[in-house]
Design a protein around this ligand. Sequence first.
Ligand SMILES: [Zn+2]
Length: 308
Amino acid sequence: MVSWFVIGARERALRRLAVSMVTLAMGLGGAQALMAMTAVKAPPTPAKQPVKHIPIPATAQAFCQDMTQRLPNLPLPVCAKAQLTPLAAKSALGRPLFQRDVISPNAHLRVLVIGGIHGDELSSTSLVLHWIGAAVETPSNIHWRFVPLMNPDGMMLDKPTRTNSHGVDLNRNFPTPNWDREAPIYWNQRTQKDPRRYPGPKPLSEPEAKWLHDEMESWKPNLIVSVHAPYGVLDFDGPTVPPQRLGRLYLDQVGIFPGSLGNYGGVHKKVPVVTIELPSALRTPQEAEIRQMWLDLLRWTADRLGAG
Ligand SMILES: [Zn+2]
C-alpha cells in the first residue's frame, strides 16, 4: 500500500515532469511536438495502486510461525503456548488481531495488555507473548486480556513501519478532546509533518484504533498496559499513583500528545495507562528482566488497584 504522502510527492513529481515536457514540445516543430505531447498524457490515477500481495496469517499457528521468524527472542513454543485466538476485529488490510485471555478463578480486575501498536517496535510484541506464559503461571486476581500485535499491517512488512497501512500513527488516532483542532496542529507544527506521526484524517479513522476504543467501552478494563520501544522508560497517565519502576525501567512521564492512548485512556477516560518503552525495538529483554518487569507490574497492580 502506498501511503498518502508518498502519493502526494509522486503526483507532484509527475506534474513537474509533464510541465517540462510540454515546454520542450513547444520548442519543437510539428510531428516531434505531437510525439512529445503524446508522451506526457495525464499521470496515471494514483489512488488505485495494486497492493503488493502479503500473506495474511488467519490462524494462530500461521501467525506464530510468522512471528517466530520476525521477532527477536521468540522461540516457537513460547508463541504456541500463548494459545492465541483470532478476533473478529481486523486490520485495515484484513489481518485478524489475535488475543489471549488468562482468567484467574477469583478475578475481579480486568487488565488489557497491548503490544505492537507501532509496527516497527518488534520487541513489544515479543514481550507480550512472553508475558502470557507468565500470567498462566502466576496466581493473581486478574482477568488478563493480551493482544500482542495491534498493528499487524505495519509489522508484517519486509521493512516494518510505525504506522498502519494507511500511513496513520495509531497512537495519535484516539478521540481526545479537541482532536480536530489539536492533532493536526501538533502534527503540522511540532512534528513538521513527520509522516511517522500522522494522526489520520479524523479520530478513530483506523480500524485498529477503533477496535481498542470499542474494547474499552465494552470490556471496561481497569488498567491498560501498552508496550512500546525504544526509549527505555516507563510512562503513566491516569488517576492513581504511577509505578516507579518495572525491572530496569524507571518512571519518566514524558508529556501527553493529542490522540494518544495515554491521553485518551488515562487523562480523558480515567483508566490508568502504563506505557512501557523497552530499551530496544529489535532486542527483547532477557528472560530474567522480562520476569522482573512482570513481578513489579503485579506488585504495583496489587498495591494500587487492589488485585492482590
Ligand atoms: Zn511506540
